[in-house]
Ligand binder design. Structure first.
Ligand code: DGT
Ligand code: CA
Ligand code: CA
Length: 578
């Protein structure tokens, strides 16, 4: 896992704390700038450092000698003295609050100096009793926003976006899977259910109990472990980076029962137990029992069959009707990752991505895709390098050249066209008509603005195939704008517009619930990763996971179509509107 995000976060925290302490603004800015550059650097910063030393780091724009040295220190020792020194000068509670997106160092400084705030409780009090709102520059609206930010943060506290858990789990499962004594290994818990955030990571290994100790030892000695919380014969717990991972070793005769139990969700398990009890059965992590007789336990299929139902895919196990469906034999036939024939939302270096068109095509070919829609930003989105019309056309010509020279993969001429404040689109229709795939998105909105009307208007345009990330939420960071999803879904259905499940790890938007709402109303879904660096194409797994949590079947998803079918489906709305 690359360290870029980790280092960027430390530099950001450092900048926050320095600003809080009253450091000269340009020094604070220097840390923030370096943080952005490192965060957006396409390669692993640690590799760059291993290859070229501190000098390599200094080649990055915004990284001077002093910051390079601090990064090198962190990469070498896992610590940064400057960071620790500065943090020691800020009250502990206030440091925590500094990491809440939406609460800035200036707010805290004012609260600290003018209102004597020292702890989280103090801060909560000045939010509630109106004393912060009475200070110049604050006011009730700003305070309400701070309160919302704090709530969002607390709901998230200690949870990881699924996409950050993903590489950690893959690595652990991959490494431990190589141990000959490990017969099987699977993630369980919320991760296996592909929930958008994961509390702790649960992993189960199937093995002979006598090998438990060895397996647990290998687990807690993996190089990414920063702290061992427990290591016994059947269970180990360790912190990887910032995240807790529990590994349990389970004997083969109860592996299915344990996998079922530890996959959850708790609500699903409770419901299942109730049904089992009515049939005179008892389900536990050890098996399904009739009195003292064990009737199932080896596999999950066996466990579900024992209580009279079909095996239920983990993504459905939220007690949202899946148990009833399984009993009636009416489970959805969920879309699979293997069904996906292409990615319908990728950025290139033409806008704010880093990959060239050729790199995108080759990476997609390697993934076994038939097509990728390269949807760069449109002209008004200046901060993200939006393309003016000439550049868009030049890019289209380059796509033609690449398509002519590469077999087996087709780049689709696309755009992620901005939906402007009045609901009109950021390119004229005749330009959109030159493109294969047009996905429209709202990127900026006024505080408390309801964007439903803007999205509805965009869908009325015959050239708009799909709406990207309709709510704009960022997991754990930003709540998203106000949007009436039922109205959006109704209009999508009426106009034949698709809605996107954006698989970018911070977005997952549509989320599972909205995806299901769309499906139930007959709206088709496109999957896109919103990849900005070529290494992010794997996020299709997150999009598919979200689709499955939304009960989506193959027929609900556009990306299962082969190239020719896709192209003809993309012509339907244009034809019907003309
Ligand atoms: P998380 O970690 O908060 O994202 O959510 P989970 O679902 O991974 O929950 P976790 O790690 O506390 O427990 C893993 C699974 O173990 C959970 O999904 C279901 C099962 N489990 C845990 N506690 C209970 C319980 O009290 N009753 C039942 N029936 N199952 C439980
Ligand atoms: Ca868990
Ligand atoms: Ca757990």
């Amino acid at each position: 896992m690359r360290k870029n995000e980790e280092i960027a976060e430390i530099l950001d925290r450092l900048a926050d704390a320095l600003e809080f302490l009253g450091e000269i603004p340009y020094k604070v800015r220097a840390y923030r700038k370096a943080a952005r550059v490192i965060e957006n650097y396409p390669e692993d910063i640690e590799e760059l450092y291993r290859r070229r030393g501190a000098g390599g780091l200094m080649d990055l724009p915004g990284v001077g000698e002093r910051i390079a040295k601090k990064i090198a220190e962190y990469l070498e020792t896992g610590r940064m003295r400057k960071y620790e020194e500065v943090m020691a000068q800020v009250p502990k509670d206030l440091i925590d609050l500094l990491s809440v997106p939406g609460i800035g160092p200036r707010t805290l400084k004012v609260a600290y100096e003018k209102l004597g705030v020292r702890t989280k409780e103090d801060f909560r009090r000045v939010l509630e009793d109106g004393s912060l709102a009475r200070l110049p520059g604050f006011g009730p609206k700003k305070v309400a926003n701070i309160k919302r930010a704090l709530q969002l943060y607390e709901r998230m506290a200690g949870r990881i976006p699924l996409g950050l858990a993903y590489p950690i789990v893959q690595n652990i499962v991959g490494e431990l899977g190589k141990i000959p004594e490990v017969l099987e290994i699977h993630p369980a818990g919320s991760f296996r259910r592909m929930k958008e955030t994961v509390g702790d990571i649960d992993i189960l290994a199937c093995a002979d109990p006598k090998d438990g100790r060895k397996i647990i030892e290998e687990f807690v000695s993996l190089p990414e472990v920063v702290q061992v919380l427990a290591a016994g014969d059947t269970k180990g717990s360790a912190v990887f980076g910032k995240y807790q991972v529990d590994l349990r070793v389970i004997p083969p005769q109860s592996y299915g029962a344990a996998l079922q139990y530890f996959t959850g969700s708790k609500q699903h398990n409770i419901h299942l137990r109730t049904i089992a009890r009515a049939k005179g059965l008892k389900i536990s992590e050890y098996g399904v029992f009739k009195g003292n007789e064990k009737v199932a336990g080896k596999t999950e299929e066996e466990v579900y069959a024992a209580v009279g139902m079909l095996w239920i895919p983990p993504e459905l196990r939220e007690d949202r009707g899946e148990i009833e469906a399984a009993m009636e034999g009416k489970l959805p036939d969920l879309v699979d990752y293997g069904d996906i024939k292409g990615d319908l939302h990728v950025h290139s270096h033409y806008s704010d991505g880093t990959a060239t068109l050729e790199e995108i095509a080759l990476a997609a070919l390697k993934m076994g895709y038939e097509y990728v829609a390269v949807c760069d930003h449109s002209q008004s989105v200046k901060y993200a390098g939006g393309l003016d019309i000439d550049t868009l056309r030049a890019k289209n010509r380059e796509i033609d050249r690449i398509n002519a020279s590469l077999k087996g993969i087709r780049l689709l001429k696309g755009t992620e066209v901005d939906i402007l404040p009045d609901g009109s689109l950021d390119y004229p229709d005749e330009v959109l008509a030159e493109l294969d795939f047009v996905i429209a998105a709202v990127h900026t909105w006024r505080k408390d603005e309801d964007v439903t009307e803007r999205i509805v208007k965009a869908m009325e345009n015959p050239f708009v195939h799909a709406i990207a990330h309709p709510t704009g939420r960022l997991i754990g960071k930003r709540e998203g704008c106000r949007v009436d999803m039922e109205e959006v879904v109704r209009k999508a259905r009426e106009t034949g517009t698709f809605l996107e499940i954006n698989g970018y790890y911070e977005r997952l938007d549509l989320n599972d619930v909205n995806a299901r709402l769309a499906k139930e109303n007959g709206v088709k879904i496109t999957l896109g990763t919103d990849t900005h660096q070529i290494g992010q194409l794997w996020q299709m797994r997150l999009a598919v996971g979200t689709a499955r949590r939304g009960w989506l079947e193959k027929g609900d998803v556009i990306n299962v179509l082969g190239l020719e079918e896709l192209l003809s489906v993309l012509r339907v709305k244009r034809r019907e509107c003309s």
